[in-house]
Design a protein around this ligand. Sequence first.
Ligand code: PRP
Ligand code: URA
Length: 209
Amino acid sequence: MKNLHIINHPLVKRDLTKLRDKKTPSNQFRSILRRIAALMAYEVTRDMPLAEIEVATPLEKTAGHIVESSVVLVPILRAGLGLVGGFVEVLPDARVGHIGLFRDEETLKPVDYYLKLPKNLDKALVLILDPMLATGGSAAAAVTFLKNKGAKKIKFVSLVAAPEGVKKLSKAHPDVFIYACSLDRQLNDKGYILPGLGDAGDRIFGTGE
Ligand code: PRP
Ligand code: URA
């Protein structure tokens, strides 16, 4: 799986364990997700191009840097929203688009219901955010939408990925680099990731209770 990068930082592992724990309530789940997203943003932006600028300290002028490329975050609704806060903390100038997709519970195929994206996607680094990469249907559909709207450089950022989803997304879009904090074992017969963390949207928004 050459276009998959697993984020192995100890603090990421610590937070992912708390997110997996079924005893973690929604209020804690949200704040841990926000923090782990900021840690992920650090890793995902590691290869960002910089431009040199001059900066004047109180003592003298020296060389400094600015980030050259514009960044567009695109959470897949709903669960992707849980990652936006942490990414925006690290990337305060990022613009944010939204893609609404849900999985049909019977067919597991993605159904789209919302699309609102910023302009000039072709010049931006586009980061698709979704905690779960399960069958890969939602991810592959989101990338197709974004490419049709002009996006050229896309990364897919997830918390937990299943081998099935990585395979499907890589096959459909070999140019899209995938980040995850864990490559889990497999999907169950309902398309849930094992061991996973359950239904991410329900855990963030408390809709499973
Ligand atoms: C979840 C998750 C992904 C999708 C992954 O969303 O957030 O978008 O499932 O599954 P896939 O890889 O098999 O497509 P869900 O459909 O549960 O919608 P929600 O975020 O509104 O709860
Ligand atoms: N969507 C989720 O929220 N969790 C899974 O395990 C699979 C898809």
